[in-house]
Design a protein around this ligand. Structure first.
Ligand SMILES: Cc1ncc(COP(=O)(O)O)c(C=O)c1O
Length: 439
């Protein structure tokens, strides 16, 4: 009797398992570097230069704005707001970008606010990709692009930025990571629906130059392709580099959706507020996905971000504007980080923007016991070994490549340098001690 019940329940559980497999469109997307490395950090408690956020307070006026919303006598600020974006916030976003891109943006029809840049990417991709459409993704890429394209039924077509030969002996710059023109041209065809651009780039820090953007723009126009421009690091650009918004290039506004993030703009990644802006004929597709997925965003956070934007818009040309001061603050951290990575024998790529730095760790291979880690790719083994035995965590950049191109990134590690000076000094010391055999 008991055995029969057991058999029956085994059969039932097998039936349940069989029927409720992950849908095929998600196959291959199960693994997430973030889930794995956040757990690794929790288990080993290294100094964490892995995840991309500051470990010190964001601008005070921004957190004060949220506190003020909580205390506001306007009780409606705690209730549902307009689905496509809180009115005060879409007005501020439209005002800012109208100024930046030199065209009037309609806050009602040309802006959508979302749950982080993630949801803006999701709504743009799912709102445009049909089964069989091809989407060009530049490697390394922010890791959600590929699963989002696949879940919409699209076919990702990958092209890597390649590190060009450097004969000067100087450290490479992110500008040395370049697309091959012929390779890029060869990817465009009648099935191409979208190209995803990320500038300033995560993880390389590349800030695409006008000529590079013109090449992409001309191909978009030639093949009638939509450009999704992920510009979440738009305010973090080191002198003399300049961030160029591809939507400002001739003929590009009508075929570009640009994506931003309050998390990156105001250094409050936990607020998970993003936006997309573009022409109304494209935005309707995002709005449709958004309304049927989350319908509306978080009202208090949108109000606080609106207030924060208003403050910065009023002082855009001043040094104290956070959009200007953040890069000066980070430039010093970038220089300090590249120096200590060099001192230990790594070869960093100096980023032109963003707050990540990739470094070639292969000169140190003899100091690392890669055989103790079971992962397929060397950068995973290196970063795990360093976390466990040296106490410093970075991110393996093969996570940002398609399978056939992962070999291009195995010798690299990504570090985030948006950390307290004190913690960057600790990281330098950890590496120095390791180099001298003290840990
Ligand atoms: C290039 C890029 N795009 C999008 C995102 C997602 O931004 P959010 O946290 O606003 O969803 C990130 C976050 O790290 C990113 O680096």
């Amino acid at each position: 009797m008991v055995r029969n019940i057991l058999k029956l329940s085994q059969k039932m559980s097998q039936e349940i398992i069989n029927k409720f497999q992950l849908p095929a469109r998600y196959a291959g997307s199960e693994k997430s570097v973030w889930v794995e490395y956040i757990q690794l950090a929790a288990d080993y408690k290294p100094l964490n230069l892995g995840q991309g956020f500051p470990d010190y307070p964001p601008p005070k006026h921004v957190t004060d704005a949220l506190a003020d919303v909580a205390k506001s006598p306007n009780c409606l600020l705690h209730q549902y707001t307009r689905g496509y974006g809180h009115p005060r916030l879409v007005s501020a976003i439209a005002r800012l970008y109208s100024h930046l891109i030199g065209r009037e943006i309609n806050p009602q029809t040309e802006v959508l606010t979302t749950l982080g840049a993630y949801e803006a990417l999701f709504s743009t991709i799912v709102g445009h990709v049909d089964v069989g459409d091809e989407v060009i993704i530049i490697e390394p890429f922010f890791d959600c692009y590929e699963p989002m394209v696949k879940c919409a039924g699209g076919l990702p077509r990958f092209i890597p930025l390649r590190l060009r030969e450097n004969v000067t002996g100087d450290l490479p710059s992110s500008a040395d990571w370049v697309l091959d023109k012929n390779e890029l041209e060869g990817l465009f065809n009648d099935k191409t629906k979208i190209i995803i651009l990320n500038t300033p780039h995560n993880p390389l820090g590349k800030v695409f130059k006008m000529a590079e953007l013109e090449l992409i723009a001309n191909l978009c126009k030639k093949w009638n392709v939509l450009c999704i421009s992920d510009e979440v690091y738009e305010w973090i650009v080191y002198k003399p580099n300049k961030h160029v918004r591809i939507a400002t290039l001739p003929g590009m506004w009508e075929r570009t959706i640009t994506i931003g993030s309050a998390g990156k703009t105001f250094s409050v990644t936990g607020w998970k507020l993003g936006w997309a802006y573009g022409p109304a004929h494209l935005m309707v597709n995002l709005q449709m996905v958004h309304q049927n997925c989350v319908y509306t965003g978080n009202t208090p956070v949108q109000e606080a971000v609106a207030v924060s934007f208003e403050k910065e818009i009023a002082r855009l040309d001043k040094d104290e504007c956070y959009f200007n001061s953040i890069s000066s603050e980070l430039a010093a951290k970038r220089d300090f980080t590249s120096k200590f990575l060099c001192d230990v024998g790594m070869k960093p790529t100096i980023p032109e923007g963003g707050y990540f730095m990739v470094a070639d760790w292969s000169p140190l291979e003899s100091k690392v016991d890669l055989a103790t880690e079971g992962d397929k790719y060397k950068d995973y083994r290196f970063t795990k070994w360093m976390t466990k035995h040296v106490g410093l965590q970075g991110i393996p950049p093969t996570a940002f490549y398609s399978e056939p191109h992962k070999n291009l990134a195995e010798n690299f590690v990504r570090y985030c340098f948006f950390k307290k000076d004190e913690n960057l000094q600790k990281a330098a010391e950890i590496l120095r001690n390791w180099k001298c055999g003290k840990n």
